[in-house]
Design a protein around this ligand. Structure first.
Ligand code: GDP
Ligand code: IMO
Ligand code: MG
Length: 429
C-alpha cells in the first residue's frame, strides 16, 4: 500500500514542511500523526510564506485531504486561528481537513503547567516551546486527558472538565502557587471552540484506510525530529511524542506492513532549539554565519537555533531508528558561504574513537566530534534545478553523506521556495 512517512532526521526544522508541500502534488492525503503546535513548518509558494503548526503541509493543494490523527495533541484556539488564516489566503479547509476524535486536547492548564514545570526545573530546564505539549501527553498516559470527541460532545464535556479541573487546580495552586482556573471561563472558551470544530471531527482511521485500499498515496508528515523522540532521542531533552517513523502506526492507526517507504529529511548542517547535547555545535563565528544565512530562528517561538556541522554518526542512528529508505537534503545553499565543509564521521569518547551514537546522554555530552573536511562550493546554487547543474564539490559532499549514512539522497532542496527543488530520483519510485 502506498503510504510514505516523512520524518525529520535531526533535531527538527530540517525543512519537512517545504518537502511535504512539494511532494503533495503526488499525494491524495497528508496526515499529521504526532506532536502539536510545538511544530512550525514553513512553506514558500510563489514567494508567499505560510507557517503551519498543526494543519498538515498539504493544505495549499486544494484537492488534497488533510488529516490530524489520534496521536497528535490539539490546541483548539491555535487550530482555529490557523484555519482562519488558511481560509483568508483562499484555501478552504471545510470538507477536506479532518480531526481525529481520539486526539487529545491541549487545555489552558497544560500551558500553565508547561511553564511552571520549566521554572521549577531551573537550570535543568528542557527549553520547551511552552505550548503545553508535555503536560497534555502526560495526561493522556495518566488518563486525565480530554479528547476531541469529548470536547465536541456537550453532554460529556462539562462533567469531564469539572472532574479534571478540580485535580489540575489542586496542582496549580498547591504545587506551583498559581491561581486556580475558573470552571465557567474554561468551559465557555472551550465550548465556543467546540462549536466551530465539531464539523471537522471524523473517523480518521477509517478515512486513511479507505484511501490506502483505493491505492491512493498517503503521506504521513512527521513533526520534530528523530533526536527529539521520547524513547530514542536525547532524553530528557526531547519532546513528549514518538517522532520516529514507527510512531505513525499508533498515531494514525495503520499497521507496520502498510508503510511503503520512509523519507528522511536531512539539513545539510545541524541545528537544535532548546537545551541538550549537540556534539557538532559551533559556538564560533561559523555558527553565527550559518544562523544568519540559514535564517535559523524558530518558526514557532522565534528563538535562535543552535547551529553546527552535519553529524553522520547521529544521522546513521536516525536512519536505523526510522528504517529510512531515501533522503531529502535541504539547505545546502546556506553552505555556499563557507570555504570548506566539515562532516562529522565519528566521535572521540574517553580517548577511544566510536562510530555508534551513544544511547546514554552523559556519554553523548562528553563526545568530541571527529571531522572530515571537504572543499566548499563558494557559489550560489539556489538557481540549480538539476543534479548536473550542481558544482562537483557540492555533488561530492552529498555523495559522501549518502555513503556515510547508507541511504540514497533522492531530492535536494536549494532554497525555501517550492520550485527551488532538484529531483534526482523519485522517492516514491
Ligand atoms: P520544518 O519544521 O522541518 O518544517 O522546518 P522549518 O520550517 O521550521 O525550518 C526550515 C526553514 O528553512 C524554513 O524557514 C524554510 O522556509 C527554510 N528552507 C527549507 N528548505 C530550504 C532550503 O533548501 N534552503 C533554504 N535556504 N531554506 C530552506
Ligand atoms: P518542527 O516540527 C525543533 C523542541 C523544543 C524543546 C523540546 C521539547 O518544527 O521540526 P516541547 O515544547 O515539544 O515539549 O519541547 O523539543 N522542539 C522542537 N525543536 N523543531 C520542532 O518542531 C520542535 N518541537 C519541539 O525546542 O527543546
Ligand atoms: Mg520547524
Amino acid at each position: 500500500m502506498p503510504a510514505y512517512v516523512i520524518v525529520g532526521m535531526q533535531w527538527g526544522d530540517e525543512g519537512k514542511g517545504k518537502i511535504v508541500d512539494y511532494l503533495t502534488r503526488q499525494a491524495s492525503m497528508v496526515v499529521r500523526h504526532q506532536g502539536g503546535n510545538n511544530a512550525g513548518h514553513t512553506l514558500v509558494v510563489n514567494g508567499k510564506q505560510t507557517i503551519l503548526h498543526l494543519v498538515p503541509s498539504g493544505i495549499l493543494h486544494d484537492e488534497t485531504v488533510c488529516v490530524i490523527g489520534n496521536g497528535t495533541v490539539l490546541d483548539p484556539g491555535v487550530l482555529l486561528a490557523e484555519i482562519d488564516g488558511i481560509e483568508a489566503a483562499g484555501h478552504s479547509c471545510a470538507g477536506r481537513l479532518f480531526l481525529s476524535p481520539s486526539a487529545h486536547v491541549i487545555m489552558p492548564y497544560h500551558k500553565l503547567l508547561d511553564k511552571a514545570q520549566e521554572t521549577f526545573r531551573g537550570k535543568d530546564k528542557i527549553g520547551t516551546t511552552g505550548r503545553g505539549i508535555g503536560p497534555a501527553y502526560a495526561d493522556k498516559a495518566d488518563r486525565f486527558g480530554i479528547r476531541m470527541g469529548d470536547l465536541v460532545n456537550p453532554a460529556l464535556f462539562g462533567d469531564k472538565l469539572a472532574a479534571v479541573l478540580e485535580y489540575k487546580n489542586k496542582i496549580l495552586r498547591d504545587c506551583f502557587g498559581e491561581s486556580p482556573l475558573a470552571f465557567d471561563a474554561v468551559w465557555a472558551e472551550c465550548s465556543a471552540y467546540a462549536e466551530r470544530l465539531r464539523p471537522y471531527v471524523a473517523d480518521t482511521v477509517a478515512m486513511v484506510h479507505r484511501a490506502l485500499a483505493k491505492k491512493e498515496r498517503v503521506v504521513f508528515e512527521g513533526a520534530q525530529g528523530s533526536m527529539l523522540d521520547l524513547d530514542h532521542g536525547t532524553f530528557p531533552y526531547v519532546t513528549s511524542s514518538t517522532t520516529l517513523a514507527g510512531g505513525v502506526c499508533a498515531g494514525a492507526g495503520i499497521g507496520p506492513k502498510d508503510i511503503t517507504g520512509v523519507i528522511g529529511i536531512v539539513k545539510a548542517y545541524s541545528t537544535r532549539v532548546g537545551e541538550g547535547p549537540f556534539p557538532t555545535e559551533l559556538t564560533c563565528e561559523t555558527g553565527a554565519l550559518l544562523r544568519a544565512r540559514g535564517n535559523e530562528y524558530g518558526a514557532t517561538t522565534g528563538r535562535p537555533r543552535r547551529c553546527g556541522w552535519i553529524d553522520c554518526v547521529q544521522l546513521r542512528r536516525a536512519a536505523m531508528l526510522n528504517g529510512a529508505t531515501s533522503l531529502v537534503l535541504t539547505k545546502p545553499d546556506v553552505l555556499s558561504a563557507v570555504d570548506a565543509v566539515q562532516i562529522c564521521t565519528a566521535y572521540r569518547l574517553d580517548g577511544a574513537v566510536v562510530t555508534e551514537f551513544p544511547s546514554q546522554i552523559d556519554d553523548l555530552a562528553r563526545v568530541e566530534p571527529v571531522f572530515e573536511e571537504m572543499p566548499g562550493w563558494k557559489t550560489d546554487i539556489s538557481d540549480c534545478r538539476a543534479w548536473e547543474e550542481l558544482p562537483g564539490t557540492a555533488q561530492r559532499y552529498f555523495e559522501r553523506i549518502e555513503a556515510l549514512v547508507g541511504v540514497p539522497i533522492d531530492i535536494v532542496s536549494v532554497g525555501p521556495g517550492r520550485e527551488q527543488t532538484i529531483d534526482r530520483r523519485d522517492p516514491f519510485g
